[in-house]
Design a protein around this ligand. Structure first.
Ligand SMILES: NC(=O)c1ccc[n+]([C@@H]2O[C@H](COP(=O)([O-])OP(=O)(O)OC[C@H]3O[C@@H](n4cnc5c(N)ncnc54)[C@H](OP(=O)(O)O)[C@@H]3O)[C@@H](O)[C@H]2O)c1
Length: 169
């Protein structure tokens, strides 16, 4: 999700900061991110920078921490529902999101949950971005159909670098 999010945000002209681990800094920069923060060395919620939008795919920071770095009318889109957090307990993650959503009703910033809905209009926008070369899928590993269990085990570890592809002969 992150590798696409950076490229889509750039295509809309946003100034983008990507949060990732050390081994992915160069990759996220190469996707167009203007700034990168290594989460193994720095907590992005502790800095001085303020943001108009946080696209949160991990959900490992509290409402207050995320609110602190949002501009007064900023929005936190909570889109991480599993992946890196699968093994952390999806229910506690959802409870955290609900908590943030409820608390955000009393402040100027918005915290909203997001679930992708596939539709032709959005797919056409993404297809255009790919055809124009503004967005390229990052492919980490490729598995055969018979190797799907291994592919899923790899995904569940939460550290895939981009997409994991299953090929059909
Ligand atoms: N809302 C929706 O409609 C929707 C749709 C699809 C997916 N999702 C959710 O979006 C999230 C991402 O999906 P995905 O398919 O991209 O998952 P993924 O493949 O599991 O994401 C892996 C990436 O997350 C990075 N990561 C792990 N911990 C991190 C941290 N603390 N800070 C920053 N990056 C971290 C990993 O980098 P390192 O190895 O460097 O840690 C790796 O590059 C998941 O929670 C998934 O459930 C939501």
């Amino acid at each position: 999700m992150g590798t696409f999010a950076v490229q889509i945000a750039k295509s809309f002209g946003a100034e983008v900061t990507g949060v990732c681990s050390t081994r992915n800094l160069d990759m996220v920069r190469s996707l167009g991110a203007d700034h990168v923060i290594d989460y193994t060395k720095e907590d992005f919620t502790k800095g001085e920078q303020r943001y108009d939008l946080i696209f949160d795919l991990v959900g490992n920071h509290s409402f207050s921490e995320r609110r602190r770095i949002l501009n007064p009318n900023g929005i936190c889109v909570m889109a991480g529902i599993g992946g890196a957090g699968w093994h952390d307990g999806i229910l506690s993650r959802l409870a955290g999101e609900l908590n943030a959503y409820m608390r955000s009703r009393f402040v100027s910033q918005k915290f909203i949950s997001y679930i992708a809905q596939f539709n032709k209009k959005d797919m056409m926008v993404l297809a255009d971005l790919m055809q124009s070369g503004k967005m390229t899928p990052v492919i980490d590993r490729t598995y055969k159909l018979s190797e799907v269990p291994a592919a899923l085990r790899y995904l569940e570890q939460g550290h895939a670098r981009g997409k994991v592809v299953v090929t059909l002969d």
